[in-house]
Ligand binder design. Structure first.
Ligand code: NOJ
Length: 547
């Protein structure tokens, strides 16, 4: 591959002004190309100065999200919870934990989001609850044989005195998936012992969750992110998984007797009828880790859920061939069920994509522009728009992720992507709140604050703002299911979208000279050298072109 010297250097394409973002899409099917921004409530903004993010803090920053240009916000759990797993252990699905605010705060947040043209999706945790949930407390109190125990998976143990767990299932957080209670029975928890699994063979569990859906739909939420959507139904008889010696991965795709069982789909059909009873398109997005994209598509048949996170894409490295295969496989899998493909690079369970892809900001920016050029819907995780890296040097004593304490060998401990956002100023907590932050922020984050990046055309924040604005206005971006691959050298991705958009990506560490496919719209790097109708695609760079 030759690398000629450019005979001119054009400035990067100009950023459109985005002071007045167009309104959020009002049409039905808004979710088919929505950009949905994940807010992790503990770490977004602290309204009361206790060092912990909360709902009033989030509300105060909604204008920032509107101006960023996202369509919807997904809130990780803010329900009453002892916080054994940062709120994914719910004690009361209809109450707000006091550390996050009140039910009135949640209602106010929904109303204010709508006033600003944003939609709001809440997390639903149906696989398990907290060991402090009233049903589980009753199950413990009423003892073996009680009907209260039937709502969970209680079993006698194996061994002469029942001293062995009932089967060989492992917790995703490490150790056995069973805990023994003082009366001798064991209960199942695929996650922490404080998170007992519901028994979805019990009709009361079905009724309760339909009621919880209605509780939040009545308050105006636009949908639900369904936690562990692939885990609710267990294989009949709870057969051994058979030890492979392989560590279970929280975000893995192994085939297991407690994941992706065919029985889950009947549940989602009943949920879809509830969602469809409400006006507007209320949606559900599945967190479903399955072995293949085709298995994921089964959750998205027309009478089931609307979207699923594309973890196959998230797990793909910065490699042109692998990316192209993952993109094609995702689009091919969704086409038969008519669901939009989604794309995601970061969330609260994985190493931030800047760090995961090698640590280089240029590469992270290129990965983002590639993702946002693909047809369908995209999920952003708070802070990626600031180019935040994973915080890898948190001291053990501040860590809170339960998988850390259970020594699971998980690939990435999850506190490092959950460090509170830097908003402004030179010192910690960088405007997160007035009273510190529950996880310490790095001392060198001042240049990464929202304040420092706003108005700087070279900043990652302005790149996201410009890209999201273009997604709303350009006919070649957003919904659809088609990409046309164009010839490109090794390590380069080049594709055309109907609507006159071409996206070129250089995943290599060498610049490449290519014919310019049109007028440059946006580049992830600051310079765009041009040369007699050709252009130089810098390493780790994505460029959007208008044909
Ligand atoms: C997936 C969530 O994203 C993760 O944070 C949580 O620990 C598990 N589900 C258990 O609820």
């Amino acid at each position: 591959m030759t690398t000629p010297q450019p005979n001119s250097t054009a400035p990067a394409p100009e950023a459109p002004q985005v002071s007045e973002a167009p309104p959020a899409p009002q049409a039905p099917d808004w979710w088919r190309d929505a950009v949905i921004y994940q807010v992790y409530p503990r770490s977004f903004a602290d309204g009361n100065g206790d060092g912990m993010g909360d709902l009033p803090g989030i509300r105060s920053r909604l204008p920032y999200l509107r101006d960023l240009g996202v369509d919807a916000v997904w809130l990780s759990p803010f329900y009453a919870s002892p916080q054994a797993d940062a709120g994914y252990d719910v004690a009361d699905y209809r109450a707000v934990d006091p550390m996050f605010g009140t039910l009135a705060d949640a209602e106010g947040l929904i109303t204010e989001a709508h006033r600003l043209g944003l939609r709001l999706i809440v997390d639903l945790v149906p696989n398990h609850c907290s060991d402090q949930h009233a049903w589980f407390r009753r199950a413990l109190a009423e003892g073996p044989g009680s009907t209260a125990r039937d709502r969970f998976h209680f079993r006698k143990g194996r061994g002469e005195n029942g001293e062995q767990p009932p089967n060989d299932w492992e917790s995703l957080f490490g150790g056995p998936a069973w805990t023994r209670v003082p009366d001798g029975e064991w209960y199942l928890h695929l996650f922490a012992p404080e998170q007992p699994d519901f028994n979805w063979d019990h009709p009361a569990v079905h009724d309760e969750f339909r009621s919880i859906l209605r509780f939040w739909l009545d308050r105006g939420v636009d949908g639900f992110r369904v936690d562990v959507a692939h885990g609710l139904v267990k294989a009949p008889g709870l057969p051994d998984m058979g030890h492979t010696g392989e560590q279970l991965k929280l975000l893995g795709n192994q085939s297991l007797p407690f994941f992706d069982q065919d029985g889950v789909h009947a549940i989602y059909r009943t949920w879809r009828t509830v969602l469809d009873e409400y006006s507007g398109d209320r949606i559900a997005v599945a967190e479903a880790w399955t072995p293949t994209a085709e298995r994921t598509a089964r959750y998205l048949r027309p009478d089931e859920l609307h979207q699923a996170f594309n973890f196959h894409y998230l797990g793909t490295g910065w490699d042109a061939t692998a990316l192209r295969e993952a993109i094609d496989a995702s689009l091919d899998a969704m086409r038969p069920v008519g669901a939009p493909t989604t794309w995601v690079l970061s969330n609260h369970d994985v190493v931030r994509h800047r760090t995961r892809l090698g640590g280089d900001l240029a590469r992270a920016r290129a990965a983002t522009l590639l993702m946002l050029a693909l047809p369908g819907s995209a999920y952003l995780y708070q802070g990626e728009e600031l180019g935040l890296p994973e915080v890898t040097d948190l001291p053990d004593e501040v860590r809170q992720d339960p998988s850390f304490f259970r020594d699971t060998g998980q690939d990435g401990l999850r506190d490092g992507c959950r460090v509170p956002l830097p908003w402004a100023g030179e010192e910690q907590p960088y405007g997160f709140g007035s009273g510190g932050s529950w996880l310490p922020q790095p001392a060198d984050w001042a240049p990464l604050t929202v304040q420092a990046q706003t108005g700087d055309p070279a900043s990652t924040l302005e790149l996201y703002r410009t890209a999201l604005h273009l997604r709303r206005t350009h006919p070649g971006l957003g919904a659809g299911d088609a990409v046309e691959w164009l010839d490109a050298p090794d390590g380069i991705l080049s594709f055309r979208r109907p609507g006159g958009l071409v996206c070129t990506v250089n995943t290599t560490d060498a610049p490449v000279r290519l014919p310019a496919p049109g007028r440059p719209l946006l580049s992830s790097s600051s310079q765009l050298p041009v040369l007699d109708g050709d252009f130089i695609l810098s390493p780790d760079t994505t460029i959007w072109w208008e044909e």
